[in-house]
Design a protein around this ligand. Structure first.
Ligand code: AQP
Length: 327
């Protein structure tokens, strides 16, 4: 029996190479090894304000990008979270099991609530409970994510354990799967901050649909340091981040890369990096254009995905309600 993978992505902002290198490309690569469910988590997206028309369009855009990046709807289930109501229902039930103290320790809420200030919603605080519901509904074994989501997957596991110990064996305990390289891609303008969709600076992130000249401009302006040596060094976050991006797109090892750029300047390295990233994204961009030229194709894939996800989700929800004594 193959293990089950579940992972999600928010249809917010522009999907960037951090999302791609740490999560999406691994999802695509592991499709034969695991049984896969990938979810466009629109209920998570509304934990911060969204423009309704933009949100609707982003759901299609992100779905199209996942398919263009290699998620095969024949081998994997791809669907939109709000199309399967069991996600919101289980989140409520888990709210009544998760202690407040666990939620108060979540660092992403602390970071995001500082950005939102007076607009912070209860939903933003409750985000990890909904994420636990997403994962636990499908008897998930493995959750491939970037480093920033590790704490939330651990909370899902702790929640499963707590529920099982109160009500008896119910949930499978999920494990996070974090890549060894590229688990946290940093912003090009500020390599101390993780690359993020919600950062506004035009030089912050390389987006998957950026044209070559935009990619080149962002990389040429990327923050480095006043040293000249092109070497992997965690104490030099700017150049280290660019080299990591180079490593992941080229597939070469660190020693090969360092010797290739020995004695070269930052400008030469950045030009080559821009070419490698542009070439790495070209097939994905072409497939995305082909896919979006066919009206209704993405909607049909998403409907089929929800129809395939729903029975498993409803079965788990019913089991949980029975255990709690509801209905
Ligand atoms: N900078 C990053 N480096 C590595 N992995 C990252 N991920 C996000 N940013 C980086 C991973 O991408 C997957 C999907 O992300 P998401 O949209 O569900 O969640 P997020 O972490 O909230 O993404 P962003 O880009 O930071 O968006 P905002 O600004 O809206 O918060 C996840 O596996 C995530 O770990």
């Amino acid at each position: 029996m193959k293990k089950r993978v579940f992972s999600g992505i928010q249809p917010t902002g522009d999907i960037h190479i951090g999302n791609y290198l740490a999560a999406i490309r691994h999802w695509a690569a592991m499709q034969d090894k695991y049984e896969n469910i990938f979810c466009i988590v629109d209920l998570h997206a509304i934990t911060v304000p969204q423009e309704p028309k933009v949100l609707k369009a982003k759901i299609r855009e992100v779905s199209g990008l996942l398919i263009a990046a290699g998620i095969d709807p024949a081998r994997s289930i791809l669907f939109v979270q709000s199309h399967v109501s069991a996600h919101a229902e289980l989140a409520w039930l888990l709210n009544c099991v998760i202690p407040m103290g666990w939620m108060q320790r979540m660092t992403q809420f602390k970071d995001k609530s500082q950005k939102q200030r007076e607009q912070v919603t209860v939903g933003l605080f409750d985000y990890p409970s909904l994420m636990a519901a997403d994962i636990l509904l499908y008897d998930t074994d493995v959750v491939p994510v970037g480093e920033d989501q590790k704490q939330h997957v651990e909370l899902a596991r702790d929640t499963a354990q707590r529920f099982n110990s109160i009500y008896g064996e119910t949930f499978v305990l999920p494990e996070p799967m974090i890549p060894d390289v590229g688990a946290r891609i940093m912003g090009l303008d500020d390599p101390m901050k993780k690359m993020s969709k919600s950062e506004s600076g035009s030089g912050h992130a390389i987006n998957l649909l950026d044209p070559p000249e935009v990619i080149r401009g962002k990389i040429m302006r990327a923050t480095t340091d006043s040293l000249r040596e092109i070497r992997f060094d965690e104490n030099r976050p700017g150049i280290n981040n660019l080299l990591t991006i180079y490593q992941l797109f080229s597939g070469d090892n660190k020693a090969e890369i360092e010797s290739r750029f020995e004695g070269k300047g930052y400008a030469d390295f950045k030009k080559t990096l821009a070419e490698v990233v542009t070439e790495g994204l070209r097939p994905l961009q072409e497939r995305y254009r082909e896919l979006t030229a066919e009206p209704g194709r993405i909607d049909a894939i998403l409907k089929d995905g929800a129809d395939r996800a729903r029975p498993a989700a409803e079965k788990t929800l019913k089991k949980v309600m029975d255990k709690i004594g509801l209905g």
